[in-house]
Design a protein around this ligand. Structure first.
Ligand code: GSH
Length: 213
């Protein structure tokens, strides 16, 4: 059976939701960050990068959210999680690229400064600048969603871009950033609430112990 290696509340929430949307038969395998299980040999044998998500499908392991999400969408075509329309396809790819290399990386500066600096002063500066960049990035996401007439990130139809965008909404509300998402990011919050109405999203949130928007 396919296995999704995840940590509650981490970026693996996006493929977790996508698998639920696809109706996939999968086993969610929790990687315990509190015990640094992601850096232990058993897990490094699955993903040498020591990160989640990793999706293992009958000996084939795929990592990196854009690849994992696209794999899920392609493997379950009837769930229609990847747009057919060329423009929506481009939008979906655009969101996945921004989420992984822009939004997530900006956030990592506030949460994991040890990746980017050595001294305590250096780390404090990384966090400080990171918080500024994150706020700007969150505002750009809000502007983008507010300017769109479509209910979903890539267009008229739900796609794997939606759970990925939604993930960052949950981080915005989380203790590290502590944003008032409904007040400061209303269009993004509307999107999050639409997400919260979907049974697949509800199942993944319940499994990870995350409150509905
Ligand atoms: N580029 C990767 C990033 C994966 C990543 O950074 N995952 C985080 C959780 S959100 C992680 O596993 N962190 C564990 C660590 O840094 O030790 C992707 O998009 O899949």
């Amino acid at each position: 059976m396919m296995k999704l290696y995840y940590s509650p509340g981490a970026c693996s929430l996006a493929p977790h939701i996508a698998l639920e949307e696809a109706g996939a038969d999968f086993e969610p395998v929790r990687v315990n960050f509190a015990e640094a299980a992601q850096r232990k040999p058993d897990y490094l044998a699955i993903n040498p990068k020591g990160r989640v998500p990793a999706l293992a499908d009958d000996g084939f392991v795929v990592t990196e959210n854009p690849a994992v999400l696209r794999y899920i969408a392609r493997k379950y075509p009837t769930a229609a999680l990847w747009p057919d329309d060329p423009r929506e396809d481009a939008r979906c790819t655009e969101w996945l690229g921004w989420c992984t290399s822009g939004i997530h990386v900006a956030y990592a500066h506030t949460r994991r400064p040890e990746r980017y600096a050595v001294t305590e002063a250096g780390k404090a500066e990384v966090v400080e600048k990171g918080r500024e960049t994150v706020r700007e990035t969150w505002e750009l996401v809000e502007t983008r969603l507010a300017a769109s007439a479509s209910p979903w990130a890539a267009g008229e139809r739900y796609s794997v871009a939606d759970p990925y965008v939604f993930l960052f909404w949950t981080w915005g509300r989380g203790p590290n950033l502590g944003y008032d998402m409904p007040t400061d990011f209303p269009a993004w919050t509307e999107h999050a609430r639409r997400m919260g109405e979907r049974p697949a999203v509800q199942r993944a949130l319940a499994r990870e112990g995350i409150a509905r928007p």
